[in-house]
Design a protein around this ligand. Structure first.
Ligand code: HEC
Length: 261
């Protein structure tokens, strides 16, 4: 029995430290699950996790010496890892076997997507627009679609398979997803009417706005502004107010109620 509140508090803190240090790493837990590609990926992730754990555990050094691994959970099955491991990357990594044509995609789209996104991806009512908008990115009301804005077709495959149709995500087969993506690429004038999208030709598809995405370059472009002792007061000269929102007419007035667009 604990004699004082202070002792109890110490015990809780120690238990906390032990819990951090004692979490078994994924690699230790799942030797059976490490066959094949999914297993290798899981192992790579686990290695990273392990390194982080070492960092986390290093702080309460005294506690770490007394570590006993808690026997929590059970090894993840290869099937369980595979069920989570559904991401598709821009270079096509993660794509399943399969293919689908623009024509097949049109059929599935009309059945499962058009009610919300419109027959041609134009968006029904206020549901998201999936096609068109080319050249609008610099306009006052840019229309950001797969064709006008998205950098990679893999996002369409990944997202549609993962999350659509809305409320029934992951119900589409690989072939259906390839077909729908082909149809959406066609609606966005990226591929022709007779195009068949497959695992093999996926990485060759290039979306028009891809070149406008680039890696964060602030480390070089903004380096001049970086300073260990940043200015915290009187950093600029006199501030001049050059206009007011009311004069620019950006603030809707009360009379426009319900008609703000
Ligand atoms: C019940 C209405 C509904 C149906 C049916 C539906 N969607 Fe969606 N879709 C949505 C909503 C809502 C969003 C936005 C979700 C969000 O932002 O979280 C969305 C987003 C999307 C997006 C991303 C749009 C963007 O620019 O961010 C794509 C692509 C998409 N849906 C494709 C599909 C496809 C393909 C189907 C058919 C297999 C489908 N959707 C069926 C409602 C629907």
């Amino acid at each position: 029995m604990w004699k004082s509140a202070e002792a109890l508090a110490v015990a809780i803190v120690m238990a906390g430290a032990l819990a951090v240090a004692a979490l078994p790493s994924h690699a230790e837990l799942a030797p059976a699950a490490q066959k094949g590609e999914a297993g290798k990926k899981a192992q790579a992730k686990a290695e990273k996790g392990k390194a982080q754990q070492a960092v986390n555990a290093a702080a309460p050094a005294a506690a770490a010496t007394a570590v006993k691994v808690a026997a929590l959970g059970r090894p993840a099955l290869a099937e369980e890892i595979a069920a989570w491991d559904i991401d598709v990357r821009p270079d096509g990594q993660g794509l399943p076997e399969g293919k689908g044509s623009v024509k097949e995609g049109e059929e599935v789209f009309l059945e499962q997507c058009a009610a919300c996104h419109g027959e041609f991806g134009e968006g029904a009512g206020r549901w998201p627009v999936l096609a068109g908008g080319a050249g609008t990115l610099k306009s006052e009301r840019p229309e950001k679609t797969i064709g006008s804005f998205w950098p990679d077709a893999s996002t369409a495959y990944d997202y549609i398979h993962r999350a659509m149709p809305f409320g029934n995500g992951q119900s589409l087969t690989a072939d259906q997803t390839y077909a729908i993506v082909a149809y959406l690429l066609n609606l966005n004038d990226v591929v022709k009417d007779d195009f068949v999208l497959s695992k093999e030709n996926f990485a060759k598809v290039k979306l028009p706005n891809q070149p406008n995405f680039f890696d964060d370059d602030r480390e070089t472009t903004e380096k001049a502004f970086w300073n260990a002792n940043p200015c915290m007061k009187n950093c600029t000269g006199e501030v001049k107010v050059i206009s007011r929102a009311r004069i620019l007419d950006v603030t809707p007035d009360g009379e426009q109620k319900g008609n703000l667009e």
